[in-house]
Design a protein around this ligand. Structure first.
Ligand SMILES: CC(C)(COP(=O)(O)OP(=O)(O)OC[C@H]1O[C@@H](n2cnc3c(N)ncnc32)[C@H](O)[C@@H]1OP(=O)(O)O)[C@@H](O)C(=O)NCCC(=O)NCCS
Length: 217
């Protein structure tokens, strides 16, 4: 199924909030999503698909001038495009931390259940980390994760190489502790070309003399 990772826009806010409500107990008012996307418009990303064969939800539909019907379902960001994941990211704007180097924060990340284990969360995170570094000059990024959240912990610690800074006692409303995590952002390491290489893809260097297509024959 085709998946697109693209920058989040104001039109995606309801879909992001819908995905958040489905996937996490930490929920936010719509204004807080707006605050992220209007203040740091290049930091947050969504994953969407045009494969809408598994659509569920409200049976109400709207039809365009050609008679094509779209369900009035918050999973859709527009006709034929369904949101399946998001990462909500920001720069740290805490006035108490004004003497700190510029740094980013991952507020929320989730992928709809039927789209998990496909590498979508990793791609969303890598895009956000790259943008925070390249666009907003963040030197590091921080986040919190529930101690019991094995999937997210694996993603952050093992795949994306965040370090665990500390355990914050009763960080969550239900009393669960959080790991406070941090990753120093290195622009070279975050470049998409270097990421593909790190995952084992063969790197073909361009010497600007021979034709790369010929070289592979
Ligand atoms: C955590 C979450 C975002 C992962 O999304 P995903 O798209 O399935 O993750 P990916 O496919 O990109 O996997 C990234 C890595 O995490 C690992 N991973 C993903 N789900 C896992 C699981 N259930 N158990 C163990 N490892 C898991 C993958 O194996 C992969 O590791 P690899 O680099 O060794 O291959 C998703 O499970 C989710 O939305 N959970 C609910 C919301 C949530 O917990 N958000 C995080 C809050 S801090």
């Amino acid at each position: 199924m085709p998946i697109t990772i693209r920058r989040a826009t104001v039109e995606d806010m309801v879909g992001m909030q819908n995905a958040n409500l489905h996937n996490l107990p930490e929920n936010y008012v719509l204004k807080y999503y707006m605050y992220h996307v209007l203040s740091w418009p290049e930091a947050s990303f969504v994953a969407t698909t045009t494969d809408i064969s598994d659509s569920v939800g409200d049976e109400l539909t709207i039809a365009d001038e050609n008679g094509n019907e779209t369900k009035l379902d918050p999973n859709y960001v527009r006709q034929g495009e369904k949101l399946v994941g998001y990462v909500l990211a920001k720069m740290n704007d805490d006035p108490d931390q004004q003497n700190e180097a510029p740094n980013g924060h991952i507020t929320s990340l989730s992928v709809m259940r039927t789209y998990r284990r496909m590498g979508i969360a990793e791609k969303l995170m890598r895009q956000a980390l790259f943008a925070l570094r390249e666009v907003y000059k963040a030197e590091y990024v921080s986040l919190h994760v529930r101690q019991s959240n094995r999937a997210a912990l694996h993603l952050y610690r093992d795949t994306l190489e965040f370090e665990v800074l500390s355990v914050e006692k009763s960080y969550y409303q239900d009393g669960e502790d959080a790991y406070a995590m941090k990753k120093v952002l290195d622009l070279e390491e975050l470049k998409p070309s270097n990421y593909a290489h790190a995952k084992g893809a063969e790197r073909i260097e361009d010497d600007f003399e021979s034709d790369l297509l010929d070289a592979t024959v």
